[in-house]
Design a protein around this ligand. Structure first.
Ligand code: KG4
Length: 383
């Protein structure tokens, strides 16, 4: 097994709209974790604008890396390696982190690990808990992906098998688009999570997506359309009146990072510059609560089904949507009915961060999986 000069790994993540860097000792001890979010920059557009994202990464990356090193109390010369996200994500954003990581690795003669963003999310679940029973059924739910993985067959938590993916939108995308449709702000997931608490989750019926080919694959476009039909049928107006354009346009699909690529006018595409007021009409609160309940119920049922099929001994939740309070509670209840524990990272390790990339990168490096200076960004990388 290759030796590293030290166990200290710098992780860099710039795949979408967070400029993030962290220093870990080994795969689990987080010494620093710095995240510069670009949400205020993109909020007025109702989604991530790729050109602005790349520029923000360029502006922030040096100070974010420096702060991560300073907070950890280490110098570049103390490091044993550098890990960086190479994909999937926005190509311009990925290239910023990758260029910085390659330059630092060359100048300081440090081994480089190129990490798949989804592998990082998977590893985030293993950073803090001491004992995770394997195999684990992992639901990865983010703005760009919704997948099920079986982790740790044969007791090796580095092994993962891909079992199901979304056929259309990701769960986070559904949250974001419904929030946009209703003029609630961006990103939609945390806003709906908060506002849904005011509504009745049984008020609006939603039918459950079903795959006719018997796979566990997901689909969310039907739920999004059901919200649109309800909004049209009941004449529901966007909450803060800032949504420009028709409802259907707000529901158009986007690329895997939740990007708005066409609607870039400052007033366009919903959300407005600030999150909405705390109070919303009861019919909107009921719709949000019912939509969230249906989506969460669907995610939980698919995960439980997969866990049973594969005799999983634990369940894991990762990716930005794993911050959702209703999803965490419902999955924990389902786990206790099944008699297996449910693990999810703290929010700071759930959304995009450098710690998960450093943790995954550490494993690559001790297994001798090193990237070189020819490593390119791969916006559509798959696990
Ligand atoms: O993992 P992430 O930070 O970025 C990607 O890799 O996609 O996930 C971002 C997604 C967004 O769609 C956001 O709305 C959603 O995670 N999200 C939530 C919550 N917090 C973030 N969705 C539902 N409830 C939340 N509390």
């Amino acid at each position: 097994m290759p030796q590293l000069k030290s166990e200290l790994i710098l992780g860099i993540e710039t795949s979408c709209d967070e400029t993030a860097a962290a220093v870990l000792r080994g795969p689990r001890q987080v010494l620093s974790n710095v995240i510069a979010s670009q949400v205020p920059v993109h909020r007025r557009y109702g989604g991530v604008v790729p050109e602005l994202a790349s520029r923000q990464h360029i502006l922030a990356i040096d100070s974010v890396v420096k702060e991560a090193l300073d907070n950890a109390g280490v110098r570049l010369s103390d490091l044993g390696g550098i890990a960086v996200t190479y994909g999937p994500g926005l190509v311009g954003s990925l290239l910023v982190g990758l260029s910085v990581a390659k330059s630092l690795s060359m100048v300081h003669e440090l081994p480089l690990a190129a990490v798949n963003h989804h592998e990082g999310h998977i590893r985030s679940v293993f950073i803090e808990p001491d004992d995770v029973p394997l195999p684990m059924m992992m639901l990865m739910v983010s703005g760009g992906d919704t997948s099920l993985y079986l982790i740790g067959e044969g007791g090796d938590d580095g092994r993962f098998r891909s079992l199901a993916h979304t056929r259309d939108d990701a769960a986070g995308e559904a949250f974001d688009k419904v929030a946009k449709l209703l003029g609630l702000g961006y990103p939609g997931g945390p806003i709906i999570d908060r506002l849904a608490k005011q509504g009745d989750p049984a008020a609006v019926p939603f039918s459950r997506p079903r795959m006719t080919d018997g796979t566990l694959d997901f689909s969310f476009s039907g739920m999004k359309t059901a919200v649109l039909r309800h909004v049209q049928a009941h004449g529901i107006r966007p909450v803060n009146g800032t949504v420009v354009g028709d409802h259907a346009a707000a529901l158009k699909p986007r690329d895997p990072c939740g990007t708005v690529t066409t609607d870039t006018s400052p007033t366009g595409g919903g959300g407005g510059a600030e999150p909405p007021a705390a109070d919303i009409p009861s019919n909107v609160a009921d719709l949000l609560a019912s939509f969230q309940e249906a989506l969460v119920g669907y995610l939980v049922d698919q995960t439980v089904k997969a866990a049973r099929m594969h005799n999983a001994r634990s369940i894991g939740l990762s990716g930005g949507v794993a911050c959702n309070s209703r999803l965490r509670a419902a999955m924990t209840e389902a786990g206790s009915r099944l008699g297996i524990p449910v693990f999810y990272p703290r929010p700071i390790l759930t959304t995009d961060n450098g710690a998960m990339i450093a943790s995954a990168g550490y494993r690559h490096l001790i297994l001798g999986r090193r990237a070189d200076l020819t490593q390119n960004a791969d916006p559509a990388a798959r696990l």
